[in-house]
Design a protein around this ligand. Structure first.
Ligand SMILES: [Zn+2]
Length: 272
């Protein structure tokens, strides 16, 4: 089945991974800006990263017939440094017209600190000012619920923000409903060690339905599996779900969400 991986960090993956994704049916990916595994020393390091995301990765992906899209920000972990964050925020507008940029992300919270919150809000204001969509990272650990609540409260401070243009990622059983009930899109991340397994993700789909719900691998430099979305397809088939429902989750939903950005255009390969 053709699918889109709406959250994967290909700068951390090999060309073999691109080939494997293509063989599995992946036709498009979206790559949010994230923490590199170490703190960068200067805004110049982020400028280089944004060039990698907007120029280098689209070419690597194209070699395997995969469309590459991206999101720009300073991640929550490095947002603890407010001055560095503001320097990076001031760089972002010059990249927003690059043809593969879908919006601002993945912004969010890591340890739910006041500095992270300040920079989160400044990213939201930047997105609203430039009419950009937003992709949000929620904390991974025991503070996921509190961090998600804080994020939803901060988003509610912006009456001009359209909830349908925001995706709140890494939701789990205890956070998915609040995100969807507030009108946002929700992403489930399939990770081998933390976050959801494919079985848990399918349980969630069976519980809350498929509307405004996406799944991703969040493949990166740590333990993660770039082919996690095909694992979910397999799990749904094992349980006897309709192919049309599976396609909604892994292709139609991310395509509908991303299509709100003028830079996102992708045909349904089955309609060719
Ligand atoms: Zn990520």
């Amino acid at each position: 089945m053709y699918y889109i991986d709406p959250h994967i960090h290909m700068v951390s993956r090999t060309t073999d991974d691109y080939e494997t994704l293509a063989r599995m049916g992946c036709v498009a990916i979206s790559e949010p800006a994230f923490w590199a595994g170490y703190d960068r020393g200067s805004a110049g390091g982020f400028r280089d990263y944004f060039v990698q995301l907007t120029e280098v990765e689209p070419k690597r992906a194209a070699d395997y017939g995969i469309e590459h899209f991206t999101w720009l920000c300073i991640n929550a972990k490095e947002a603890e440094n407010v001055q560095l964050s503001r320097d990076v925020l001031s760089l972002i507008p010059e990249f927003l017209d690059c043809p593969n940029v879908l919006g601002i992300g993945e912004i969010g919270l890591n340890k739910n600190t006041p500095n992270e919150s300040v920079i989160f809000q400044e990213h939201v204001e930047l997105a609203i000012y430039h009419d950009q969509q937003i992709l949000i990272h929620t904390p991974h650990l025991e503070d996921k619920y509190q961090g998600t609540r804080m994020i939803l409260d901060m988003l509610a401070d912006h009456p001009r923000l359209e909830p349908s243009r925001v995706l709140v990622d890494h939701v789990e059983e205890h956070t998915v409903r609040e995100v969807l009930d507030a009108g946002y899109w929700a992403g489930m991340t399939l990770y081998p060690v933390t976050k959801c397994t494919p079985a848990r993700a399918v349980d969630i789909i069976e519980t809350v339905g498929a509307a405004r719900l996406c799944v991703n691998s969040a493949g990166d430099w740590g333990p993660s599996k770039p082919t996690a979305v095909p694992d979910l397809i397999f799990e749904m088939r094992k349980r006897g779900h309709r192919e049309s429902l599976i396609k909604d989750i892994v292709f139609n939903n991310p395509r509908t969400f991303f299509s709100q950005s003028k830079n996102f255009r992708i045909a349904d390969p089955e309609a060719r």
